[in-house]
Design a protein around this ligand. Structure first.
Ligand code: ATP
Ligand code: MG
Ligand code: MG
Ligand code: MG
Length: 445
């Protein structure tokens, strides 16, 4: 992409309404524009990152054997009356009526809708296990929308639902989600720690939230500092050998990640914390909830009559769970975890462009030709460069590149070209080196 033809409305001033760095940087980098409280338009750069995250989520869900569907954003209230949640859900649910006076609502979550799909089409245990998921806009009328996309009212969420014959199978689905989520966050350059969370009125301990540690997080968390060292790299023979079908393998990984003390404030137990965790390893911190997995048994299947015929021919209500990833919130979390005073520093896996090209003397024949050549070479390798071909001062171009945080910048100017070199700068370390244009391309690829 050539910057002169792109739409990147960066702001010079720091917007005063933004209280945390990720919100400020998303506004300054021209990623989003507020449309109403907690509701945003996604501008090209922000939209590109959102799509990257969405792709990673799809790939990892597919790898785990989960199947994508798309359900509507507007739902009829009838299904929610069946489950009994229409009255319980409260004011976070945005309700409306259509022209015939029928009660409708904007999806805050979709257990009812997906259970209705299931009961309409699945009747035998032989069709299980089944996990359906979607990535779709949600609306929750949050009392205090804030921090930009972190706590929006409209937000983009992956929500998945498993249907299984037995509790044991459903717990395997739970573990599959846990593992696939860890892979997902890791590919986004993030560490999200699974923490035991509150399962509310249903009870049981079968729910974990995934938290990214950050001072600006809204959750208070308690953990053993050892938990931070756990990594998928230490599991079995590495990532690509994961066998999602193996109950034992999935259980072993889940145990590995959830045996060390890590809890949100609702489930935190000071007695256990103090007896299990040596004092020097006890940590109290803040975190951003970027996902949650939940096994809830037959709550919805019983209420809504989602049964299958079991091996003995008798109807059995299916065991279910629901599992969410906050896709749009993740962008804020990634920026909170990865920035400096000049701007965003995108992890390679989610960056909107792989590399910036800065032409120090636009209009100079040699410099223009060298930039065009770099652009083609990078594109031919399947990489996406962003070429700043505007007639601007070098300082302004550098500031824009630093703000939008691409991992690499190639700076091209007549003086370097006389010696056959360009400058390659790593956004994360700030280190620069001079090398031939070909060598720069090789290094980025
Ligand atoms: P929170 O505790 O932050 O209100 P939640 O527990 O109500 O979140 P879930 O129902 O678990 O949210 O939804 C799954 C995921 O969707 C969350 O883990 C979070 O990442 C994301 N999410 C929830 N509410 C919002 C929101 N208002 N804005 C952006 N993302 C959200
Ligand atoms: Mg909430
Ligand atoms: Mg929560
Ligand atoms: Mg939650």
């Amino acid at each position: 992409m050539r910057l002169s033809r792109y739409f990147l409305p960066v702001l010079k001033e720091t917007p005063s309404e933004a209280q945390i760095v990720s919100h400020r940087l998303m506004l300054r980098a021209g990623m989003i524009k507020q449309a109403a409280a907690g509701i945003y338009s996604w501008l090209p750069l922000g939209f590109k990152v959102l799509r990257k995250l969405e792709n990673i989520v799809h790939e990892e869900q597919t790898r785990a054997g989960h199947i994508a569907i798309q359900m509507p954003i507007l739902q009829s209230a009838d299904l929610w009356r069946e489950s009994g949640r229409y009255d319980d859900y409260g004011q976070e649910m945005l309700r409306m009526q259509d022209r015939h006076g029928r009660d409708m609502l904007y999806t805050p979550t979709a257990e009812e809708l997906v259970t209705d799909i299931f009961r309409g089409h699945v009747s035998s245990y032989k069709d299980l296990p089944l996990t359906l998921y979607q990535i779709q806009w949600k609306f929750r009328d949050e009392i205090r929308p804030r921090f930009g996309v972190m706590r929006g009212r409209e937000f983009y969420m992956k929500d998945g639902y498993n249907f299984d014959l037995t509790k044991e199978d459903a717990l395997h689905a739970y573990n599959r989600h846990l593992v696939s989520y860890l892979r997902t966050y890791e590919r986004m350059g993030l560490q999200a720690i699974p923490m035991r969370a509150d399962s509310g009125p249903i009870g049981g301990d079968n729910t974990h939230e995934f938290l990214v540690l950050a001072d600006t997080g809204e959750s208070e968390v308690f953990y053993d500092s050892d938990v931070v060292n756990l990594s998928l790299a230490n599991v079995g023979n590495g990532l690509d050998s994961l066998n999602y079908d193996s109950h034992e393998d999935m259980q072993a990984i889940a145990n590995f990640f959830t045996s060390t003390y890590a809890r949100t404030d609702e489930t935190h137990d000071p007695k256990i914390f103090e007896s299990q965790v040596p004092e020097e390893r006890r940590r109290v911190a803040r975190g951003i909830e970027v996902g949650q997995i939940f096994y809830f048994g037959t709550k919805y299947s019983e209420a809504m009559g989602a049964t299958v015929q079991g091996p003995d021919g008798k109807p059995v209500p299916v065991h279910m769970g629901s599992h969410g990833i906050g896709v749009s919130r993740l962008i804020g979390a990634i920026i909170e975890a990865s920035h400096d005073d000049k701007g965003i520093i995108w992890p390679e896996g989610v960056t909107p462009f792989h590399c910036g090209i800065v032409n120090l003397k636009q209009g100079d024949e040699e410099a223009d030709a060298a930039c065009d050549k770099l652009y083609s070479a990078l594109t031919a390798l399947g990489l996406e460069p962003l070429y700043d071909d505007r007639k601007e001062r070098a300082g302004g171009k550098f500031a824009t590149m630093d703000l939008i945080g691409l991992p690499w910048r190639i700076t091209v100017g007549p003086r370097g070209l006389k010696n056959g070199v360009v400058e390659l700068t790593c956004r994360r370390t700030g280190e620069s080196e001079e090398l031939s244009p070909e060598a720069a391309v090789t290094k980025i690829a």
